[in-house]
Design a protein around this ligand. Structure first.
Ligand code: NAP
Length: 332
């Protein structure tokens, strides 16, 4: 069995990663359509050594089996239902449908069975949420987790291709003593950090921080778990890092947590002093965990450091894993 697949947002950071991941994992594809905005009409991208033309996203989409969306919320809201109407299952990377009750929000290592409930759209969680829940789920299953305090250190690629250009440009301007220009981020990102990812909510948390709360509750099927996040943008190109403190439901020593996580799918545990950093994980599909230790505030509790490539496991790889899950369950 092989499938007709469309990538919507194919020229973007996530879209190009979709092409790589689909090729690397040899997902069975009979036809591949690449869509982007009218700016990209006629551009070509390579898949399995073949040059494919990018087309402007049409309002009468072709009938495909799977449509991988990564072109932002408004494109997903308008076009995902059109693809579903033509018979596709849409796997959506935007936040447009993540909290809709009839849309499963899936991390295959955590809640694979939720895909069965789909009504045409399956949502891919936020990048920061994905790496956190992959690392915490084995612990949650073993002893329970009552609360999570997390601080993120998020790379600029999380805000797309233009944000990568902004860090490059500002770094050049700074080193050449020129005026710093700003167009994507609310503050200068070169040689700086700022505690704002996405816009502010009325409660003074940012939407990214609230995504980490509400998406974790939905993925864990636990409306009571508490998550307090502070999301910070840092001048790193690829890879998000997270400092996580958890309040456990029962005792679990750092050594037992380490052993548990070293057997968990898609998790790689580093030795005590050999912690992962973004440049070590860029281009990889796993979630890397280090510095597992007893927490000094929560009792029982643990602290840890979690790093993953936001474009791979945080977006494209997770979505392709969802497509593989649909294939293995004969749901597509
Ligand atoms: N980056 C991450 O870590 C990450 C993680 C999880 C989810 N996501 C989500 O994935 C989506 C894309 O992110 P990205 O980082 O790949 O952004 P990006 O690099 O800025 O790429 C955006 C893509 O969307 C396309 N696009 C924009 N407007 C369009 C329109 N009106 N019609 C059709 N295509 C349109 C662009 O096409 P052109 O090249 O023609 O402009 C491009 O292919 C966003 O929803 C984002 O929230 C990103």
């Amino acid at each position: 069995m092989s499938y007709k697949v469309a990538i919507v947002g194919a020229t973007g950071e996530v879209g190009r990663a979709f092409l790589k991941v689909l090729e690397e994992r040899n997902f069975p594809i009979s036809e591949l359509y690449l869509f982007a905005s009218e700016r990209s009409e006629g551009k070509t991208l390579t898949f399995k050594g073949e040059s494919l033309k990018v087309q402007q996203l049409p309002s009468n989409p072709p009938a495909v089996d799977i449509a991988l969306f990564s072109a932002g919320n408004s494109v997903s809201k308008e076009f995902a239902p059109l693809f579903v109407r033509e018979g596709a299952i849409v796997i959506d990377n935007s936040s447009a449908f993540r909290l809709s009750p009839d849309v499963p929000l899936v991390v295959p290592e955590v809640n694979p069975d939720d895909v069965k409930e789909h009504m045409g759209i399956i949502a891919n969680p936020n990048c920061s949420t994905i790496q956190m829940v992959v690392a915490l789920w084995p612990i949650y299953k073993k002893v329970g987790i009552k609360a999570i305090v997390v601080s993120t250190y998020q790379s600029v690629s999380g805000a797309g291709s233009e944000a990568i250009e902004e860090l490059k440009r500002q770094t050049g301007e700074l080193l050449q003593n020129r005026e710093i220009t700003k167009s994507v981020f609310p503050r200068r990102i070169a040689m700086n950090v700022f505690p704002q990812v996405d816009s502010f909510d009325e409660n003074l948390y940012t939407r990214e921080e609230l995504k980490m709360l509400f998406e974790t509750r939905k993925i864990f099927h636990d409306p009571n778990i508490r998550v307090s996040a502070t999301c910070v943008r840092v001048p790193v190109f690829y890879g998000h890092s997270e400092a996580i403190n958890i309040h456990l439901g029962d005792n679990l020593s750092p050594n037992d947590a380490k052993e548990l996580l070293s057997k968990a799918p898609s998790v790689i545990v580093a030795d005590a002093l050999d912690y992962p950093t973004p440049i070590d994980v860029a281009g990889k599909d796993e979630v890397f965990v280090g510095r597992i230790r007893r927490d000094m505030v929560f009792d029982p509790g643990l602290s840890m450091w979690v790093v993953a490539d936001n474009i791979r496991k945080g977006a494209a790889t997770n979505a392709v894993q969802i497509a593989e899950l649909l294939h293995s369950l004969a749901l597509v």
